[in-house]
Design a protein around this ligand. Sequence first.
Ligand code: ATP
Ligand code: MG
Length: 350
Amino acid sequence: MAKNLSNSIRAKGTLIAIGILFFSCFVSFSLMTILFLVLYHGDLSISEAHAVFGSFMFVTLILCVALGGSLLFFAIRKISDPIIRISNATKEVAKGDFSIKMDYKSNDEIGVLTQNFNLMTTELGNMEYLRKDFISSVSHEIKTPIASIQGFAEMLQDKELSEENFQAYTNIIIDETKRLSHLSSNMLRLSKLDHQFIPEITKQFSLDEQIRRTIVLLEEKWSKKNLELDIDLEKIVYTGDEALIQQIWLNLIENAIKFSAESGTVFIHARKISNKVIAEIKDQGIGISKIDQGRIFEKFFQVDESHSKEGSGLGLAIVKKIVEIYDGEIDFTSEIGQGTTFVVKLPFRN
Ligand SMILES: Nc1ncnc2c1ncn2[C@@H]1O[C@H](COP(=O)(O)OP(=O)(O)OP(=O)(O)O)[C@@H](O)[C@H]1O
Ligand SMILES: [Mg+2]
C-alpha cells in the first residue's frame, strides 16, 4: 500500500493537497485563536465581538489562501517541471537528436516515463546507426561494380580493340551486371523478410528432391572446382514456402563450394529425427576463425575481401531469417584450414 502510494503521482498529489489543506487550516485556526485571545478583553458586546471575530476571520482567510496557494504553487511546480523537461526533450528527438537523455530518478509514473524515454532514445540511436551503416554498405557494394562497368564500357569504345580484349571486357561487364542483379534480389529478399514477412504459399513438397535440384542448379560451380559430393538424403515431405526454403540450401551449398579448395569434398546430408528435419552441409574448405565466427550472420559481413567479388555477404543473413521464420535453428562449427559444417534444424509444421 505504502509502496503503491509512493509509486503513484495521483496518490502523491492527493496526499500533498490534503497535507497543505490541513496545514493551512491548522495555521489559520491557531492564528485566529491567538489573535482572539490577545485582542479580546471580555468587555465587548455580542455585536462588537462578532465584528472583531469577523475581521479575524477575514485576516486568517487571506493568510490561509496566501500560505496554501504558495505551498500548492511549489508542489505543482515540482510535479510539472519534469513533464515540461520531457516535453522539450521530445521536441529535440523529433528534430533528430537521439543523443538526448533525461536525468530524473523516482519510482512514480514520471520516473517510469523518464526511464522509457531514455530507453527509446537509446534504441532510436542504435537504429539510426544501423541504418547509416546499412546505407554505406549498400552504396559501397553498388559503387564498385558500377565503376567497373563504366570503365570497361568506355574501353569498348576503342575502335582498335582486339577481339580477345573485347571478349574479356564484355565478360567483366556481364559478371558485374550479374553481381548487381544478385545483390539487388538479395536486398529485396532481406528487406521483405525483415518486415515481418509471413510465408503465403505454404504447400507440401519433397525436401530431399528440393536439395537435389539445388545441387544440379549449382553444377557449373562445383564441377569447375572438381569437387566431390557426398550426398545422403532421406525421403522427407515438408510443408512450407518451397521457394523460400530453397534459399537455405542454395546459400549454404553455394558457400560450401565457394570456400572449398579444388578437389575437396562437400557433404550434404538430411534426415528426419522425431519432429524435425536435420540438414548438414559440410565442407573441407578454408574455415572461419574464432573471431569472425560471431559475425558471419551479419548483413554484408565477409571474412575475406578477396572473395567479396563472389557475393555481398547477405546469404547467411537471409538463411538465418528464413530458419527463424520456420522456428528452426542454425548452428555451425568451423576450424581454419579444416572446413565448416552448418547444421539446420527445421521443425515439422501442421
Ligand atoms: N562454408 C564456409 N566456409 C568458410 N567461410 C564461410 C562459409 N560460409 C560463410 N563463410 C564466411 O561468411 C561470410 C558471409 O557469408 P554469406 O553467405 O553471408 O556471404 P557471401 O557468401 O560472401 O555473399 P552472398 O551469400 O551474398 O553471395 C562469407 O563471406 C565467408 O567469409
Ligand atoms: Mg553466401
